[in-house]
Design a protein around this ligand. Structure first.
Ligand SMILES: *Cc1c(COP(=O)(O)O)cnc(C)c1O
Length: 397
């Protein structure tokens, strides 16, 4: 064991985080992550999951997972390239490609993995990546795995992107240039300006890469942000996750057949991390089938989102630029944000505070995630708690 003094930086920094209200305590759930959850023996209206469509507890998905687990076991036994590719993985990838309207799709153990995999498999030394400053942490880390020049552009600022794309192209310094954006920004709920991004990309010959973790299952009739804007066939790589609206776990890259073949040959998580377990794959297949059969769950999700957002706005809260079910309630100061969340908790509402470094300093917020499974009674309980706590903290009048 190393001498304890080597770890004193941890003790000091943890104390500092706690003093500044930036330390996140994690409380385990004693129930499924549904619209109502149990923690510490109490039940709460849950406004913090990504289980948008309630599929994490859907009977049809559970049955599919159980059947596949009985048939294939709990684990897949190997990485994809040795013998961890089951017929189920191929079926899932074919379904995902059809769902997204692309030639092919490649599944990975997580959405985070996809960004580790795809960015570094495609971009290298002598290339440049234009990246929105609010892109997800997994995109930032994926970019770090390349030796490419990373050029950040101001959030959704299309003039800035256009200028930087032109400069990068005209410099003649880069072999390939890629533009990367979240489809839906997870902390604010705003949608990327994809029509302009694609237009700029076509002007300056950029590879387009959209991480649609929060758009898939939610926008474009479920197919995501690219479909929402009618841009199918004009985006090179689309990342999706199987862990949010799809309700299970895993991620995928939807792309051309050539890119998929390359990812299967070269992307490191595909080669070096054990493939998704059979139960998760079968449940994901069932979810994609459901999403293609009916839009009822999506409609219910959007109805609930409007109900909650209208209610919060009527109370006087500021929700920022959201255009999706993601419902941030902006508080600002980090400590006050944490206090707000703790007071909601006392009222039986679980809505997590999101503070620096997940979001910029001074923009602390309670991020509410309505789902299709919430009843209006649950949302009314949440709104009543928001009114009480908002008044007590002097955030609303
Ligand atoms: C959640 C998220 C991921 C990670 O997906 P997981 O499947 O949870 O690993 C990647 N990108 C974005 C934009 C996300 O919101």
């Amino acid at each position: 064991m190393a001498s304890p003094t080597l770890f004193s930086f941890i003790t000091e920094q943890l104390a500092d985080l706690k003093a500044r209200g930036l330390y996140n305590t994690i409380e385990p759930l004693e129930s499924a992550n549904g619209p109502v959850i149990r923690m510490g023996g109490r039940s709460f209206v849950n406004l913090s999951s990504n289980n948008y469509l309630g599929l994490a507890t859907d009977k049809r998905l559970i049955d599919a997972a159980v059947q596949a687990t009985i048939q294939f076991g709990v684990g897949s036994g190997a990485v994809r390239t040795i013998n961890g590719t089951l017929s189920l993985h191929i079926e899932l990838e074919e379904k995902l490609a059809a769902f997204k309207g692309t030639e092919a799709a490649v599944a990975y153990p997580s959405g985070f993995n996809c960004n580790m995999a795809a960015i570094s498999a495609i971009m290298g030394d002598g290339d440049a990546i234009l990246s929105d400053e609010l892109n997800h942490a997994s995109i930032i880390d994926g970019c770090r795995l390349t030796k490419s020049k990373v050029i950040r552009y101001s959030h959704s600022d299309m003039d800035d992107l256009r200028t930087k794309a032109r400069e990068a192209r005209e410099s003649g310094r880069y072999a390939k240039i890629m533009v990367i954006s979240d489809g839906v920004f997870s902390m604010d709920g705003d949608i990327a300006k994809l029509p302009e991004i694609v237009d700029i990309a076509e002007t300056y010959d950029l590879i387009t890469y959209v991480d649609d973790a929060h758009g898939s299952g939610v926008l474009g009739g479920g197919a995501g942000t690219v479909k929402h804007f009618g841009l199918s066939g004009r985006v090179d790589l689309q990342i999706g996750t199987l862990s949010k609206a799809v309700g299970v776990v895993g991620g995928y890259v939807a792309c051309s057949q050539a890119v998929a073949d390359w990812l299967k040959a070269r992307s490191r998580p595909f080669l070096f991390s054990t493939s998704l377990p059979p139960g998760a794959v079968a449940a994901s297949i069932a979810a994609i089938d459901l999403l293609q059969e009916s839009r009822d769950l999506q409609e219910q999700l959007w109805n609930n989102a409007s109900y909650l957002q209208n209610g919060l706005r009527r109370l006087g809260f500021s929700l920022g630029p959201t255009a999706t079910p993601i419902t941030p309630c902006i508080v600002g100061d980090e400590e006050k944000t944490q206090r707000f969340s703790a007071m909601l908790y006392e009222e039986g509402i679980f809505a997590k505070a999101i503070v620096f470094p997940t979001v910029p300093k001074g923009t602390g917020r309670i991020r509410n995630m309505p789902t299709s499974e919430h009843t209006s009674e649950m949302l009314d309980r949440a709104l009543a708690a928001y009114e009480k706590v908002g008044c007590e903290l002097g955030i609303i009048g």
